[in-house]
Design a protein around this ligand. Structure first.
Ligand SMILES: NC(=O)C1=CN([C@@H]2O[C@H](COP(=O)(O)OP(=O)(O)OC[C@H]3O[C@@H](n4cnc5c(N)ncnc54)[C@H](O)[C@@H]3O)[C@@H](O)[C@H]2O)C=CC1
Ligand SMILES: CC(C)CC(=O)C(=O)O
Ligand SMILES: [Mg+2]
Length: 353
């Protein structure tokens, strides 16, 4: 049966990298129909709304969604409700894509591009499981208010219910069961009650997964350990904001944030797939963006939402091949390699396929 994929290019480098990923998807000759829609800043410009109703309806009926990135300085002064990022958060929350999987894998060809010493990162393969529809990015109340003394005060609320923690916890335990059977839950339970509860729920769940070894780490230490000795981790599970920050740090261990794909899934495995990076306004429109994170996100989409594991394997093998050929965008460039543009990298993956 024909599957429907909704493509949301977004802003900045979003359209550039998504073009390459769609080209790669098209090369596979699968029974897939592709539609596209506006989200983020481009949607604000066209409709005044970062998540137009039409986009949300298309997203609801698609089998899977591929998103580039949203945001940029053009919209930074907008009120929060009409910021591009609100469109992305709205999609995640409306579709209940609470489980965000961010695998950080070092391709051996990129050992020199990693910011860490080769012996510290060689063979690195960790998975960050980030809660994506709760926590401080969504908690109420939030805003900026003026106090009686005339001073303004900004406030957000960091809140998680037990059921929100339990459902992301289960996803992480199950992921750990399929991998190295080690799960590290990252919190700030020395300061924040919400993460005291987080830790307690993880401990309760651990009883149901006796084959998984559960450990706990405070987020500040976790940030340090990620750059000190990242291979100590197998699966990391954490809340929305900590996961956002830690996954950008983990990205650099793999050479570049341009290498980090992600899958955001609901309880039934329906998903949105996107690179972990943003719209990179500093390099947008220059053909410099690395499209591999988006291309690898397509592989995740084929594997998790479209039941096309063999095609996913083919894409990952093709990425290995272009790296073997020494082709590099600027962010992963090293001596002796060939610098290529966004489009040339996409073409090389297509040729490798
Ligand atoms: N999922 C999304 O749509 C996300 C959107 N954003 C938004 O993106 C805008 C820019 O945010 P930044 O903090 O600058 O983060 P960013 O991830 O866009 O860029 C950070 C740095 O990484 C580089 N970079 C990112 N992706 C790259 C790629 N594929 N190839 C090569 N280099 C790459 C950029 O050039 C920049 O120097 C903001 O409006 C932010 O809100 C940020 C993160 C995620
Ligand atoms: C709008 C942001 C929360 C997006 C982001 O930084 C991310 O998902 O990594
Ligand atoms: Mg982020």
């Amino acid at each position: 049966m024909t599957k429907n994929v909704l493509v949301l290019p977004g802003d900045g480098i979003g359209p550039e990298i998504v073009t390459e990923a769609v080209k790669v998807l098209g090369t596979l000759n699968l029974d897939i129909e592709i539609d596209s829609a506006l989200v983020g800043g481009s949607a604000v410009d066209a409709t005044g709304n970062p998540l137009p109703e039409e986009t949300l309806n298309k997203a609801r009926s698609a089998d899977a969604i591929l998103l580039g990135a949203v945001g940029g300085p053009k919209w930074d002064g907008n009120p929060m409700e009409s910021r591009p990022e609100k469109g992305l958060l709205g999609l995640r929350s409306e579709l209940e894509l609470f489980a965000n999987f961010r695998p950080a894998i070092l391709y051996p060809q990129l050992a020199e591009a990693s910011t860490l010493k080769p012996e510290v990162v060689s063979g690195l393969d960790i998975l960050i499981v980030r809660e994506l529809t709760g926590g401080i990015y969504f908690g109420q109340p939030r805003g900026i208010r003026t106090l009686e003394n005339g001073e303004r005060e900004g406030y957000n609320t960091y809140v998680y219910s037990e059921s929100e923690i339990r459902r992301i916890g289960r996803q992480a335990f199950e992921a750990a069961q399929k991998r190295g059977k080690r799960l590290c839950s990252v919190d700030k339970s020395n300061v924040l009650e919400v993460t005291v509860l987080w830790k307690e729920v993880m401990e309760e769940l651990a009883k149901e997964y006796p084959d998984v070894e559960l450990s706990h780490m405070l987020v500040d230490n976790a940030a340090m350990q990620l750059v000190r000795a990242p291979k100590q981790f197998d699966v990391v599970v954490t809340g929305n904001m900590f996961g956002d920050i830690l996954s950008d740090a983990a990205a650099m261990l793999t050479g570049s944030i341009g290498m980090l794909p992600s899958a955001s899934l609901d309880k039934d495995g329906k998903g949105m797939y996107e690179p972990c990076h943003g719209s990179a306004p500093d390099i947008a429109g220059q053909g410099k963006a690395n499209p591999l994170a988006t291309i690898l996100s397509v592989a995740m989409m084929l594997r998790y939402s479209l039941d096309e594991s063999a095609a996913a394997d083919r894409i990952e093998a093709a990425v290995q091949k272009v790296l073997d050929q020494g082709l590099r965008t600027g962010d992963i460039m090293s001596e002796g390699c060939t610098l290529v543009s966004t489009e040339e990298m996409g073409d090389a993956v297509v040729a490798a396929l």
